[in-house]
Design a protein around this ligand. Structure first.
Ligand code: NAD
Length: 262
């Protein structure tokens, strides 16, 4: 399978580049970077990853010229510009980028009529298993158990709450048979409403990602927790998704589909 990597010198982009180079069932064919980006710095990072022969471009069409699949952990507007080129080719788009607005998400849905898109707020096996456990716990414990989701990420993260926290919130809402949009509590001033699904956020140092989901009753509390030690968990999950998508029809899929979780 021929892989292109969007934002190939970013934190996740470079991790994906290294993960592809370490496999023999995939070939790295191209990477993208922003226009005006310091070319020498980009080259230096790619030399470190031992792929200085890689074709690096700012043009999404050129990026997709040879590729079967694009792995994309960038920014929402960048992912959308790349998504147009992927759809035009009818190729595979693995989207790890988070923080899309409602309008941007709708555009991705439209483009998924032509492209096979797998989109996930978190590509790690552990977090997707955690989401299953959260759904089950939320189903078994009624509204008298308050659900709170706390997340910690590195100081450079742009969106909040994280895509993973929202993914866990949606799992809790599914368990409760409610819509997250109607129960999501982000502004924490005032008294807690019964049935709210609350979010709290910390941004600190170099933390790759910590997510805790607490279900607290009057006299007892359960906490389900996940910690990522290394970004490789997301890169490996995104490559598993790309292989899975190979024989799938165009559409918008999630890691739940890839991992065959109910
Ligand atoms: P980052 O800022 O290190 O990387 C983004 C890269 O995109 C940068 O290298 C930047 O130069 C590049 N870029 C900007 N404009 C571009 C353009 N026009 N063309 C090509 N490249 C361009 O960020 P990061 O920490 O790697 O995170 C990226 C995204 O991935 C965020 O939304 C983050 O929340 C998300 N993320 C998702 C998961 C997951 O499992 N779904 C895991 C980790 C991070």
């Amino acid at each position: 399978m021929k892989i292109a990597v969007a934002g190939c010198t970013g934190r996740m982009g470079l991790t994906v580049v290294k993960a592809v180079l370490a496999r023999d069932d995939m070939t790295l064919v191209a990477g993208s970077r922003p226009t005006g980006f310091d070319n020498e710095a980009a080259k230096a990072q790619l030399v470190l990853a031992d792929c200085h022969g890689l074709s690096v471009t700012s043009d999404p069409k050129e990026l997709m010229a040879e590729a079967d699949a694009l792995i994309d952990f960038t920014y929402p507007e960048v992912t959308l510009s790349h998504a147009e080129a992927v759809a035009e080719k009818g190729a595979i788009h693995i989207i790890g980028t988070t923080g899309f607005t409602g309008g941007q998400q709708k555009r991705l849905e439209t483009l998924s009529e032509k492209a096979t898109i797998v989109q996930a707020g978190n590509f790690s096996l552990g977090v997707n298993l955690l989401a299953q456990l959260v759904e089950q716990a939320a189903k078994m414990l009624d509204e008298n158990y308050d659900i709170e989701i706390n997340e910690v990420h590195h100081r450079h993260k742009k969106d909040a709450p994280s895509g993973t926290a929202l993914l866990l919130g949606r799992a809790a809402a599914r368990g409760r048979g409610v819509k997250l949009e109607e129960k999501k509590a982000v502004d924490r001033s005032g008294e807690r409403k019964l049935g709210d699904i609350g979010f709290s956020v910390q941004r600190a140092g170099g933390v790759v990602g910590i997510h805790d989901v607490t279900l607290a009753g009057e006299n007892e509390m359960i906490t389900l927790s996940h910690q990522g030690f290394n970004r490789k968990i997301f890169a490996d999950g995104s490559l598993t998704a790309a292989l899975w998508a190979k024989d799938k029809k165009p559409g918008l899929y999630s890691m739940r589909d890839v991992l065959a979780l109910s």
